[in-house]
Design a protein around this ligand. Structure first.
Ligand SMILES: [Fe+2]
Ligand SMILES: [Fe+2]
Length: 190
């Protein structure tokens, strides 16, 4: 994989706060990749780039999604917060020329999760919750669960997100339910 200064690209596209968040997710993703056996370079790249379109307007995000032919379903269309993940993957593919499927999927599914996630996808999903800048109510338990196993981390993160979304009467994407059900069944069977 060619070495590109993604750090500078992210710095130029995001606020200071979100730039720091991106660096923290990349750092945490590399740590988790080491711990759980994923590709560390891919973890860094997906981590630093995951929110690349987060500060674009929903209109711009939709344009990017359309420009690069990423398909979005009705549930995604109903929740603007999900746009940045789909736009980010489209941008990384179309503008930065990153064709690694695993990196693209890690960015695509970093907000919803999905069934049958790769180890890299789970690592980016989890790193987004436990990077150094995170301080929400529940982050300590989230960190503890992620240290136990990817499975425990995913169950805690999905539970946390679904409760939060339902509490605010927001749409819960079916991919999130699929991920939750899969991990719960996996835990039961283990
Ligand atoms: Fe994000
Ligand atoms: Fe993020």
């Amino acid at each position: 994989m060619k070495t590109v200064n993604y750090d500078a690209i992210i710095k130029s596209r995001l606020s200071e706060k979100r730039y720091i968040h991106s660096l923290n997710v990349a750092k945490e993703a590399v740590r988790l990749a080491k711990k759980y056996g994923a590709d560390e370079e891919k973890a860094y790249i997906a981590g630093i780039l995951h929110d690349i379109c987060k500060e674009d307007s929903p209109e711009t995000q939709l344009q990017i999604i359309e420009k690069y032919g990423i398909t979005v379903d009705e549930f995604t269309l109903q929740s603007t917060k999900l746009y940045h993940a789909k736009a980010g993957a489209a941008y990384v593919l179309g503008e930065l020329g990153i064709e690694d499927e695993d990196i693209i999927n890690a960015i695509l599914y970093h907000t919803t999760a999905r069934k049958n996630m790769s180890i890299l996808e789970t690592i980016i999903y989890l790193a987004d919750y436990i990077g150094e800048d995170r301080n929400y109510n529940g982050v300590d338990e989230m960190r503890t669960e992620t240290e136990k196993s990817v499975l425990d981390g995913m169950i805690y993160a999905l539970k946390f997100t679904m409760q939060d979304l339902a509490g605010r009467e927001l749409v819960i994407h079916p991919d999130t339910f699929d991920a939750y059900n899969q991990y719960i069944l996996e835990k039961r069977g283990s």
